[in-house]
Design a protein around this ligand. Structure first.
Ligand SMILES: Nc1ncnc2c1ncn2[C@@H]1O[C@H](COP(=O)(O)OP(=O)(O)OP(=O)(O)O)[C@@H](O)[C@H]1O
Ligand SMILES: [Mg+2]
Length: 292
């Protein structure tokens, strides 16, 4: 006689009875809305020679509130494009990007870009740059100044409030850019290789500072990088993309304890294994060559 698994379980008395179910019924779970949902997004660009170029192909990704998610992938695989779509600077050709359940139709103060090409205002001091956002949002000057000074201190630039961008190093400018974005309290930070142009020492310091800020505020962060170590060190999840047209190849949960200290992690075999495994996956895919 055919007995299904359910019947088998019931006959073995493994199934909860109706009354058990009632007694154990948990209060209805609150529906959780993802902070960012990228839902079957594709992006086709028209090049100047009028050819269609598929930059992103059917990307789906959910980023939870407060998560730190890094995107890794070969040059040209569409990482920046994906960030621009979430930022609302580019409308996807197909699919939808949503923020807290609402379709993203343009840029907004809830998503703060920290992109290298978003330069500081050269005619404003560090303080002027950081105060700009809150002032635009209608915060009174004295309050905006107090908040901005606190942020400048937090990113390690106390004493440089009246310096101008041309008087700062690359790392200092990145710190100002971060403070300027944090000043208008976005729920999500969109960071496109923010430390890519920095020397190794400054980069490490900024990674530590960013983690400290993140561990305190738990903002949602979408972080693009070329560095496997940086991605593993910072993230809860690493999204590995494949070569053009960009697809998600794999999403890896980084199960390392927090708060993370770089010097401790470097000695941690679990950290080393994540780094080596991810690097091997890229090597095996032979994804280094650029392809049109
Ligand atoms: N405005 C545009 N018009 C036409 N093609 C574009 C445009 N922007 C990007 N592309 C193309 O889309 C693809 C993805 O570009 P994108 O800048 O997103 O890559 P990326 O992963 O950020 O690369 P990198 O690591 O070098 O920064 C590339 O092939 C690029 O040539
Ligand atoms: Mg890019």
């Amino acid at each position: 006689m055919f007995v299904s698994d359910v019947e088998k379980a019931a006959s073995m008395n493994l199934m909860p009875s109706r009354s058990d179910l009632k007694a154990e019924a948990a209060p209805a779970a609150k529906p959780t809305i993802a902070m960012i949902e990228i839902d079957h997004v594709s992006q086709v660009f028209q090049t100047s020679s009028r050819q269609d170029h598929l930059a992103l192909s059917d990307i789906s990704l959910t980023v939870d509130d407060g998560a730190f998610v890094s995107i890794l992938g070969p040059s040209g695989c569409g990482k920046s494009t994906l960030l621009y779509i979430v930022g609302g600077f580019v409308a996807p050709t197909r699919g939808t990007a949503r923020m807290k359940g609402n379709p993203i139709t343009g840029p907004g103060p809830d998503r703060g870009p920290v992109f290298q090409e978003f330069a500081l205002f050269p005619w404003k001091s560090v303080l002027g740059n950081v105060m700009y956002g809150p002032r635009q949002q209608g915060v009174k000057a004295a309050e905006a100044e107090a908040q901005s000074r606190a942020l400048i201190e937090m990113v390690g630039l106390k004493g440089f409030e009246h310096f101008y961008p041309k008087e700062l190093s690359g790392g200092m400018k990145q710190r100002v850019a971060l403070a300027r974005t944090l000043a208008y309290h976005p729920a999500v930070l969109l960071m496109d290789e923010p430390f890519g142009a920095l020397d190794a020492h400054t980069r490490t310091r900024l990674q530590n500072d960013l983690l400290n800020i993140w561990e305190r505020d738990r903002k949602t962060v979408l972080f693009v990088t070329h560095s496997v170590e940086e991605a593993v060190f910072l993230s809860d999840k690493v999204v590995m993309m494949s070569r053009s047209p960009g697809r998600i190849r794999q999403i890896i949960d980084i199960d390392l304890p927090r708060p993370r200290r770089r010097t401790e992690l470097l000695l941690d075999p679990r950290y080393q294994k994540y780094v080596v495994d991810i690097e091997r996956m890229f090597d095996d895919a032979g994804d280094d060559e650029l392809q049109p």
